[in-house]
Design a protein around this ligand. Structure first.
Ligand code: HSE
Length: 452
């Protein structure tokens, strides 16, 4: 009689006794840490079912122990010494969610040196010290996981490192800062002013401890470096990102962009061409009909263009306590699964194995090519044709020209959308235009991204 060889075996115990919990030490119990604590506790059984073992918080380091105790209760030992967590023999994996770069670098390197895996949501840390941290992790055979560092709830690191591994990635572009997207949405939809919108973003826990990181575009630049490294196999290179935030953005340009059929979003764009890699964070016009224009509030979205998959797009919360916890815990589950495997069999930290990483040349600013929006204050509406003709004479090809709809207290303004033009050509033309007798005030130039 046929006997199924599998069924004839003794059934396996549902959880072998030898499998012990993954012991987590957490540094920081603020917005992200407290969310991680709550979600770990709430979804304990499901998380263990996915990880194959329980994930237990065994120690927390916090600056304010009284406040920390109100979050974790009496069951988790607390310390005010992060290095104790980073080096403690009972900790298998260190979750660094304290933020900052100097001390956090020391804690993470100490954890790695003590053979512990690290999970962090600290994009500034990895953007500034990633090369050193990943090299140390490779030497010690431990994982450094950071899904929560980029577009928090969206598994974009996993998508780039795993789902899209067949592709040569051509570009990545997205809204990767929740705070600024929230501010821009509030300004557009509710007419709120910049400062009031920022205060709301801070109250909701979206903003960085120093919100200048958000509004100056630096936080998005941190995330862009990590995306670009995973997309192109380049080293993490913060210094190469051209960064412009939203502080100089004027409400009048939001209205003028609308008039032309566009919305303004703070975009991070990483693109590679034969000539080099372009990395930039800037407020840019996107077509109002494009999905990206409808990413509002603190939501984020990332588009990836691969040569095989074509364009894929990912959408989700870009900031928030449990939204970030979702990514941090997903990393913990990955660590629970990979702990004990040989490092060479794991997904590499930046998607490519170290020997396959390269330093692609950086495209100089002047060589980058992009369409532009210009708002040119003029002395009289009748000068519209003169402005358009003058631009064409400067090798700036004009695609559309219009007069801005009248706004209280605003003189005549010529709006121009250009065809793609080299930034060097555009910069020279802008310099000359600003000094031209036709022009009655400061010229505003923003990039236009069709995201096609
Ligand atoms: N301050 C960040 C943001 C938090 O607003 O996107 C998430 O990284």
């Amino acid at each position: 009689m046929y006997r199924d060889p599998v069924q004839s075996l003794e059934p396996l115990p549902s959880r072998p006794a030898a499998i012990r919990a993954l012991r987590v030490g957490m540094i920081g119990i603020g917005t992200v840490g407290s969310g991680t604590f709550r979600v770990l506790a709430r979804n304990q059984a499901e998380i263990a079912g996915r990880a194959g073992r329980p994930i237990e918080l065994v120690m927390v380091a916090a600056r304010n122990l009284v406040r920390a105790a109100t979050v974790v209760g009496g069951n988790v030992p607390l310390t005010d010494d992060p290095l104790r967590v980073a080096t403690h023999p009972d900790v298998d994996v260190v979750v660094e969610v304290a933020g900052g770069t100097g001390p956090a670098r020391d804690w993470v390197l100490a954890a790695i040196a003590h053979g512990k895996h690290v999970v962090t949501a600290n994009k500034a840390l990895l953007a500034e010290h990633g090369a050193e941290i990943f090299a140390a992790a490779r030497r010690h055979g431990v994982a450094v996981a950071y899904e929560g560092a980029v577009a928090v709830s969206i598994p974009i690191v996993k998508a780039l490192r795993e789902g899209l591994t067949a592709n040569r990635i051509e570009w990545v572009a997205g809204i990767i800062n929740g705070t600024t997207n929230f501010i821009l949405s509030k300004m557009r939809d509710e007419g709120l002013d910049f400062a009031a919108a920022l205060v709301q973003a801070q109250a909701l826990g979206y903003a960085e401890a120093d919100p200048a990181f958000d509004i100056e575009g630096i936080d998005a630049a941190h995330k862009l470096t990590l995306l670009a490294a995973n997309a192109f196999g380049t080293s993490v290179r913060l210094a190469d990102v051209q960064v412009e935030g939203i502080t100089a953005l004027q409400r009048v340009d939001v209205a003028c962009a609308e008039q032309l059929g566009y919305r303004i979003k703070l975009l991070g764009v990483a693109r590679r061409s034969e000539e080099g890699v372009e990395l930039r964070v800037q407020p840019a016009l996107v077509p109002a009909s494009h999905l990206m224009a409808h990413v509002n509030g603190s939501m984020n979205a990332v588009m990836v263009k691969g040569d095989a998959a074509g364009v894929t797009m990912y959408y989700g919360a870009g900031a928030g306590s449990e939204q970030t916890a979702s990514a941090v815990i997903a990393d913990l589950v990955d660590v629970a699964r990979l702990d004990g495997t040989h490092a060479a069999q794991r997904v590499p930290h930046l998607g490519f194995h170290a020997h396959a990483m390269s330093d692609l040349p950086v495209l100089p600013r002047a060589a980058a090519c992009c369409a532009h929006y210009l708002r040119i204050p003029v002395h009289a509406a009748s000068q519209i044709e003169a402005v358009s003709g003058w631009l064409a004479g400067q090798q700036v090809p004009v695609r559309q020209v219009a007069l801005a709809a009248a706004q209280p207290g605003m003189g005549a303004q010529v709006l121009v959308l250009t065809q793609p033009v080299r930034q060097g050509t555009m910069d020279l033309a802008l310099h000359a235009l600003q000094a031209h007798p036709l022009v009655a005030g400061k010229v505003t130039a923003l990039r236009v991204e069709e995201l096609a």
